[in-house]
Design a protein. Structure first.
Length: 138
């Protein structure tokens, strides 16, 4: 599978790359949510968290942590969001797994996350039972 991000990894189309290794590439988001917004991708074009092999995911996250720490040292943000969208319903627009590193400054309003909802303990138990049952299927 070839995607716009695999073409960036292969240097077939331009991007501002900040770091790379044999498994992952980090480059500047072309439409940044904040100053220093970086994307970290797997070199191989797995669409999402459901399809990427665990060892490859760990490599992506290892590079994401390295770059996040470098953002912390270089740009001195007050915080950083790590966002990873899977599926159109979750806001994914490029179907090649990527992790967003979004530096944050107090009061910047750069990102709306979620509105806390309400639930009941028995609902949490029911959902947890479903997830535990699926974990048993591994
Ligand atoms: P998502 O909505 O999680 O799929 O995020 C896709 C991200 O890719 C968006 O933040 C886009 O701004 C970014 N993006 C799309 N095309 C490029 C590109 N050619 N170079 C850098 N970033 C890109």
């Amino acid at each position: 599978m070839s995607t716009i991000f695999s073409r960036i990894a292969a240097r077939e189309i331009p991007a501002v790359i900040v770091a790379e290794d044999d498994a992952a590439v980090a480059f500047m988001d072309i439409a940044p949510a904040s100053r220093g917004h970086v994307l970290v991708i797997a070199r191989e074009a797995y669409p999402d968290i459901f399809s990427i092999p665990p060892a490859t995911w760990l490599r992506v996250m290892a590079l994401a942590q390295r770059v996040a720490q470098a953002i912390g040292r270089s740009l001195a943000p007050d915080g950083i969001n790590i966002v990873q969208n899977n599926g159109a319903a979750a806001g994914q627009t490029v179907f090649h797994l990527h992790v967003h590193l979004i530096p944050r400054w107090s009061g910047d309003g750069a990102l709306a996350l979620w509105h806390p909802g309400a639930t009941a303990p028995e609902q949490l138990d029911g959902v947890a039972r479903q997830i535990r049952a699926a974990l048993g299927d591994d």
